[in-house]
Design a protein around this ligand. Structure first.
Ligand SMILES: Cc1cc2nc3c(=O)[nH]c(=O)nc-3n(C[C@H](O)[C@H](O)[C@H](O)COP(=O)(O)O)c2cc1C
Length: 370
């Protein structure tokens, strides 16, 4: 017999997928990539066929600077999604994350809905996932156990305050998480990442993460999927938090383009995965020019897989690659490292934000390292 908590976690996971597919859960605020212009370089010696898009992320070499972000696990439908997307990740040489492994920690019979990813992607980067609230409550061994279940190379701990805030069953005590993260940093080094889920990292948050010994953050900023929106629709009309807050916090947080710059500029050597509204290879090129080492895409993979299975998800990677390579060719970047230091212009809301935070001049003058 499954416990009530296990049944609740499973049905929540199923609802997340259904709502993400059926409702418009996009942020109404942009990620900011339209404010960033990479400067066209007409005269340079470059051969399109020799452009190298490879990067090393959390200790693993990827053919493209792209990760299929944490999406799901814990239900039979989730297993099908994870299996298909893992096949795409393996053959395309990109990374893949699983959704929160909490469901399998509560009910070990669900482990295969996550470990199917390792089975189908034996070589590429596979990232386990667990909530910061769970880590605060259960400690570092609990977090390490999720990696074992998945057979993962690395671990992402998600900090999802906004989601926990609006979820009817949300848990809002993050106290004590720092000590556990510091312990995990000592044990995992490069293989640990702190992650948002759509509200982004500020520079201050990134600096605190670095002080705990963290080497990677996945900013998951505002501009893509709004988790507030997902939980808003899941809560239904009668839930008091959703009905009292309405849509007031729908777009809360730090937009992705800004979040990349803040995370890099407030820290010494933190490495950044840019996600939250990254939709094309051109967005990815801009994210990397702003300081990211790699990008992540979540909901578009779920949508394309549900429309056309593995072939449609693979098409998403192919068009991403074409746009990234084309942009690198046009700006004259032979490698992802060279892309980090191409000249750029920042306008509009993103420029205004960075100016007020005292970061704009530094961004435009300084060399941005990956
Ligand atoms: C259906 C769905 C389920 C998700 N589940 C998780 C999760 O379990 N853990 C997590 O860290 N992030 C989760 N996310 C957040 C994504 O990993 C990502 O950070 C966020 O959606 C922003 O990316 P996007 O704009 O490309 O969708 C989920 C996203 C979606 C759409």
């Amino acid at each position: 017999m499954k416990s009530l908590q296990t049944v609740a976690t499973e049905s929540r996971k199923a609802e997340h997928i259904r709502i993400a597919l059926e409702r418009d859960v996009s942020s109404r605020v942009s990620a900011g990539f339209e404010d960033v212009e990479l400067i066209h370089n007409a005269v340079c010696e470059i051969d399109l066929s020799e452009i190298d898009t490879g990067v090393t992320v959390m200790g693993k070499r990827l053919r493209l600077p792209l990760i299929i972000e944490a999406l799901t696990g814990g239900t039979r439908e989730a297993k099908r999604v994870n299996m298909g997307l893992a096949e795409v990740a393996e053959t395309e040489g990109i990374g893949i994350g699983v959704g929160s492994v909490r469901a399998a920690m509560e009910d070990p019979s669900l482990a295969d809905t996550y470990s199917i990813v390792r089975d189908r992607a034996p070589r590429t980067l596979v990232v386990s996932n667990i909530g910061a609230v769970q880590v605060a409550k259960h400690g570092s061994e609990y977090a390490l156990k999720t990696m074992e279940i998945v057979g993962a190379d690395a671990l992402a701990i998600h900090f999802n305050k906004l989601q926990e805030l609006i979820m009817p069953e949300g848990e809002t005590c993050f106290k004590g998480v720092g000590n556990h993260v510091a312990e995990l940093s000592r044990r995992l080094g490069e293989k640990l990442c702190l992650k948002e889920t759509g509200a982004g990292f500020s520079g201050e948050a990134a600096r605190l993460a670095e002080s705990w010994g963290v080497k990677w953050v996945d900013v998951a900023g505002v501009g893509g999927t709004s988790w507030y929106a997902v939980e808003y629709y899941r809560s239904g009309k009668h839930d008091s938090k959703a009905s009292m807050l309405g849509k007031s916090l729908w777009d809360w947080g730090v937009p992705t383009a800004v979040s990349i710059v803040e995370s890099k500029m407030f820290t010494r050597s933190l490495r950044v995965i840019a996600s939250g509204g990254v939709r094309t290879g051109v967005d990815a090129a801009k994210a990397i020019a702003l300081g990211a080492s790699c990008v992540g895409i979540a909901r578009p993979f779920l949508v394309s897989f549900s429309k056309g299975g593995v072939n449609e998800a693979r098409r998403l990677v192919k068009s991403f690659e074409l746009a990234l390579r084309s942009t690198m060719f046009l700006v004259g970047a032979r490698s992802v490292e060279e892309l980090c230091s191409v000249p750029l212009v920042v306008r509009g809301r993103t420029a205004e934000w960075l100016e007020q935070r005292g970061l704009l001049k530094r961004l435009l003058n300084g060399r941005r390292s990956p």
